[in-house]
Design a protein around this ligand. Structure first.
Ligand SMILES: [Zn+2]
Length: 438
C-alpha cells in the first residue's frame, strides 16, 4: 500500500541498490528500531513454488525493438580516447566523419566550447558515434565494448559516454561483475534471468524517458564490457537465452523490475519502499526467509556510529531541501513498517520540530556518497538505530544491500545445496514464472 505522504524523491540519488529499512519491534523504545529477528528465525522455510519444474515456457513476451541496451558509462567527461579492433565508422549525426576497413588507431576526442575536436581538429555536429563490425570491439579509455560508443554533449565543456550493446552481450558483462568467478553455475543462471528481466524492465520504463536505459554501475547493474566477460558468464547467458521473469494471470503476463542484492541478512524486503512502483508485484512483496547467505561476510556487521552533524551535512548535500531544517535533532522512524518490523521511512527532524520524510535506504545512500568515512560500514538499513545524543548508532547490522528480490549469496548457497536456477528464482520471487522471449 502506497503511503500518501510528502516525500523527498531520490532524484540524483536514484539507484537500484538502495538499501533501506531498519526495523522497529513494535513498541521500540526511544527511537530505537529493532528488527524482530526472533520472529524471523522462528519462521518455517518458504514452500517451494508449486511449479518447481524446469521452465519454460515457450510463450512469447513482447521484447523491445532490437534488444540493444543503451548503457551509460560516464555522465560527464571532457575527453576520451577511442580505438577499434576492426573496421570502423565514426559519424556525427548522419554525417560520416571517418571510416576504414582497418582498425582505427587511438584517437583523442574532446568537447570544448561546444565543439568536437578529434586529435585536435574541429569536427561539426552534436553527437558522435563510433562503431565497428560485428566481430570487432570499440576500446574506450582502455575498456573494450561490443556495439557502438555514443558521445553526446551535456553542456559546453562535457559529454556523456554510452555503449549501445546487444542485450546478451551486455548480460555477459554484467554477470561477471555481479558475481565472483568461483560461484556455482546455477547461481550464475539465476542471476542471468534476473538481470535480463531487470534491464528489459528499465528499457520499457525509465529508458523511454531518457537517452539511455541503464547505468553501467551500481545505480543499475554493474557492467564492465567485454574485458569482464568470463566463460561462466557467457555460458549462463546462453543457457538461459531469452528467459525472463514474469507475473500475472495466464495470457496477461508482464515482466517486473527484478531487483536483487548481495546479502539479505535473513529475510527479503518489499520493493514498495524502494521506489514508487507502477504496480504492486507480489513477487517483490518481501518476507522471503533466507539463511543460505549466512556464510557471507556481511550477513552480520559491526556497529557504525555517525555524528548527527555529519549525517545532516551529508543529507544536505544529497537533498538540498534538508538544509532548511537547520540541524538533525532526531531520526524518527515511521511505524509500523513491514509486518516483520522493518522501518521503511524516517522523518528527519530539525531543531524546531519541522521534518522531512525520507526513505531509509535513501538515508543510507546519502551517507555512503556524502557522509564521513565511517559511513562506508553501513552496509544496509537492516539494523537497530540508537540515538546517543550527538551521535546515531547503527547496531545489530544484517545484510548488504537493499535485500529486495534475489539474494545473491543466498542463491549461491542454494545452488551449492543442489537447487536449480529456476527453483532459486521461484523462491526469491514468489509467484513469478519464467517465460521466454520470442
Ligand atoms: Zn539471503
Amino acid at each position: 500500500m502506497r503511503r500518501t505522504v510528502s516525500i523527498l524523491r531520490a532524484g540524483h540519488l536514484g539507484s537500484k541498490r538502495r538499501c533501506w529499512r531498519s526495523a522497529a519491534a513494535g513498541a521500540a523504545v526511544l527511537g530505537v528500531m529493532l528488527l524482530a529477528f526472533g520472529a524471523i528465525t522462528s519462521c518455517q522455510p518458504p514452500p517451494r513454488h508449486p511449479d518447481a519444474s524446469p521452465p519454460p515456457i515457450a510463450r512469447p513476451v513482447a521484447s523491445p525493438a532490437g534488444e540493444v541496451v543503451r548503457v551509460r558509462l560516464a555522465d560527464s567527461v571532457d575527453v576520451v580516447h577511442v580505438a577499434t579492433t576492426s573496421s570502423y565508422r565514426l559519424s556525427s549525426g548522419q554525417a560520416l566523419v571517418a571510416s576504414g576497413q582497418l582498425p582505427m588507431g587511438m584517437r583523442e576526442i574532446r568537447w570544448a566550447a561546444s565543439q568536437w575536436f578529434i586529435d585536435g581538429r574541429p569536427v561539426a555536429g552534436s553527437k558522435l558515434e563510433i562503431s565497428t563490425d560485428a566481430d570487432g570491439l570499440v576500446t574506450c579509455d582502455a575498456r573494450s565494448f561490443r556495439g557502438t560508443i555514443v558521445l553526446a554533449p551535456v553542456d559546453a565543456q562535457h559529454f556523456s559516454i554510452d555503449n549501445h550493446v546487444p542485450l546478451e552481450g551486455y548480460l555477459a558483462g554484467v554477470l561477471a561483475r555481479e558475481l565472483p568467478r568461483s560461484w556455482h553455475e546455477e547461481a550464475y543462471k539465476a542471476q542471468a534471468v534476473a538481470a535480463r528481466t531487470y534491464v528489459l524492465y528499465e528499457m520499457r520504463h525509465d529508458g523511454r524517458l531518457r537517452h539511455f536505459d541503464v547505468y553501467g554501475d551500481q545505480r543499475s547493474q554493474v557492467y564492465g564490457g567485454v574485458v569482464d566477460e568470463t566463460a561462466k558468464s557467457v555460458a549462463a547467458v546462453k543457457a538461459t537465452a531469452n528467459q525472463v521473469l514474469v507475473f500475472g494471470p495466464p495470457g496477461h503476463e508482464h515482466i517486473f523490475k527484478a531487483y536483487y542484492s548481495s546479502t539479505c541478512g535473513g529475510i527479503s524486503n518489499p520493493a514498495e519502499g524502494l521506489e514508487p512502483q507502477e504496480e504492486q508485484v507480489a513477487a517483490l512483496a518481501g518476507g522471503v526467509v533466507c539463511t543460505d547467505c549466512a556464510g557471507a561476510s556481511r550477513y552480520r556487521w559491526p556497529t557504525v556510529q555517525i555524528s548527527k552533524a555529519a549525517a545532516f551535512s551529508a543529507l544536505g548535500t544529497g537533498y538540498p531541501k534538508m538544509a532548511a531544517l537547520g540541524s538533525l535533532e532526531k531520526l524518527r522512524p515511521q511505524l509500523p513498517g513491514t509486518s516483520w518490523g522493518r522501518v521503511e521511512w524516517f522523518d528527519i527532524v530539525g531543531h524546531d520540530g519541522r521534518y522531512e520524510r525520507l526513505r531509509a535506504d535513501d538515508f543510507r545512500l546519502a551517507m555512503l556518497r556524502y557522509g564521513p568515512p565511517e559511513s562506508r560500514g553501513l552496509f544496509s538499513m537492516n539494523c537497530t538505530v540508537k540515538d546517543l545524543g550527538s551521535t546515531l548508532s547503527f547496531e545489530d547490522g544484517r545484510g548488504f544491500g537493499h535485500s529486495v528480490g534475489l539474494c545473491q549469496y543466498g542463491a549461491q548457497g542454494k545452488a551449492l545445496r543442489g537447487m536449480k536456477y529456476y527453483e532459486i528464482l521461484y523462491i526469491y520471487y514468489p509467484g513469478a514464472k519464467i517465460m521466454k522471449l520470442p
